[in-house]
Design a protein around this ligand. Structure first.
Ligand code: NAI
Ligand code: AKG
Length: 424
């Protein structure tokens, strides 16, 4: 995937093109605000940085880093940082735009932002990873801050990386600034419940959608792609609700177990071995066969563009819960709708993570911390309320949940844009 030369010139089938086509679908429902819609089709600000580090062997390596602030009309930028060898500016643009939509859909007082480094972190030692993170944080320090733009974990980043980011930003500004990132370790201003919050949100929205479909979670068969932070937490909650996890796929392998995996063995295995590959409690499956598995619920929780038109035609599930950002291509979305397969879209389904990030940010400012039960109850309430509003909008316009989420969110963003006005 190459970077676009302009915001309006997307690479075919890229996440940015997917996002732009999702915006086009919502235009008829924006009323007089549609005149502001081009605001949504270009990021406000995109920063590319060179991140040089000295490797353990003494050579100097250069990595490309990005931070994109898509829209700041409703508040500071908010969104994670991804470390992956395939990250591009264009991908980060899309991820930042989905953050704008997501944050507005759950009515958090944030705009949308996202960052990334084009690197395979698995090739780096812990020391090199720390140097990379600190240099990247210094470089994007120009535009991040507790009131400007607040990063968080995403693919291949975690609480330790957030701690290094917080420390680097604090050293550079001369005061401890816990509110500059979320997803931190608990004793450094992190919030209880954040690690599993995205998976919990997937479960809460999935539970509500299943109820609407009349689908009993007891005994329901679930397939999960991506068994990292989001996929594993969602799988555990579905398991606790009586569902069976019958297929799992990640970068290391793909497995099936029609009786349901024993998660008390699979989760520690993944923690120890870095992936599901080689787990003895299931039979191997090819990566492509995963999409043909008999199941009621499919949870894509890895990367973008996974549900293609071909896979959408083959999918057996009744319900797709988008734990990942951008897992479904627009053509596949149409096929799923035609086939009556309900999709709970990323921009609401995986919003649990940023919602608890918001709780963390609020707790950091007040230096007063809530219990995990309080966090989970508030998360449940916000996610249910947001989904209800989206469902009403879908029913009102006769559109998919994705277009309804965009309608609710874009109205909020563009209303703020209009009220703020254009000129300094
Ligand atoms: N961490 C968070 O709080 C949030 C994450 N997300 C999204 O959820 C998705 C997963 O993120 P995390 O779980 O945080 O990342 P992670 O780094 O913890 O896990 C990523 C998972 O994807 C798998 N994966 C990578 N490449 C793959 C491939 N080619 N085929 C199959 N599986 C592959 C990895 O093996 C791993 O299991 C991403 O789309 C991310 O943007 C969305 C909202 C919040
Ligand atoms: O917790 C956050 O601030 C953002 C998480 C994120 O990157 C996402 O929702 O995709």
């Amino acid at each position: 995937m190459s970077n676009p030369l302009s915001f309006v010139n997307p690479t075919p089938d890229s996440p940015w093109q997917t996002y732009l086509s999702q915006v086009d679908r919502v235009l008829p429902y924006l009323g007089h605000l549609a005149r502001w819609a081009d605001t949504l089709k270009r990021p406000k600000r995109a920063l590319i940085v060179d991140v040089p580090i000295e490797l353990d062997n003494g050579t100097v390596a250069h990595y490309e880093g990005y931070r994109v602030q898509h829209n700041l009309s409703r508040g500071p930028g908010k969104g994670g940082v991804r470390y992956h060898p395939d990250v591009t500016l264009e991908e980060v643009m899309a991820l930042s735009a989905w953050m704008s939509i997501k944050n507005a859909a759950v009515n958090l007082p944030y705009g949308g932002a996202k960052g990334g480094i084009r690197v395979d972190p698995k090739q780096l030692s812990q020391k090199e990873l720390e140097k990379l993170t600190r240099r990247y944080t210094s470089e994007i320090g120009l535009i991040i801050g507790p009131q400007q733009d607040i990063p968080a974990p995403d693919v291949n980043t975690n609480a330790q990386i957030m701690a290094w980011m917080m420390d680097t930003y604090s050293m550079n500004t001369g005061a401890t600034a816990t509110g500059v990132v979320t997803g931190k370790p608990i004793h450094l201003g992190g919030s209880l419940g954040r690690v599993k919050a995205t998976g919990r949100g997937v479960f809460v929205t999935g539970r509500e959608a299943a109820r609407k479909l009349g689908l009993d979670l007891q005994g329901a068969r679930v397939a999960v792609q991506g068994f990292g932070n989001v996929g594993s937490a969602a799988a555990e909650l579905f398991g606790q609700a009586g569902a069976k996890i019958v297929a799992v796929q990640d970068h290391s392998g793909c497995l099936i177990n029609t009786r349901g995996f024993d998660l008390s063995e699979l989760v520690p295995w993944v923690r120890q071995h870095g992936g599901v590959g080689g787990f003895p409690g299931g039979e191997p499956l090819t990566a492509e066969e995963f999409w043909d598995v008999d199941c009621e619920i499919m949870i894509p929780a890895a990367l973008e563009g996974q549900i293609t038109a071909d896979r959408a035609n083959r999918l057996k599930a009744r319900l797709v819960l988008e734990g990942a950002n951008g897992p479904t291509l627009p053509a596949a979305d149409d096929i799923l709708a035609e086939r009556g397969i309900l999709v709970v879209p990323d921009v609401i389904c995986n919003a649990g993570g940023v919602t608890v990030s918001y709780f963390e940010w609020v707790q950091d400012f007040s230096s007063f911390f809530w219990t995990e039960d309080e966090i989970n109850l508030r998360l449940d309430k916000i996610m249910q309320g947001a989904l209800r509003r989206i469902w009403d909008t879908a029913d009102q316009h006769g559109v998919t949940l994705r277009t309804a989420t965009f309608a609710v969110a874009c109205e909020r963003i563009l209303m703020a844009r209009e009220e703020r006005g254009l000129y300094p």
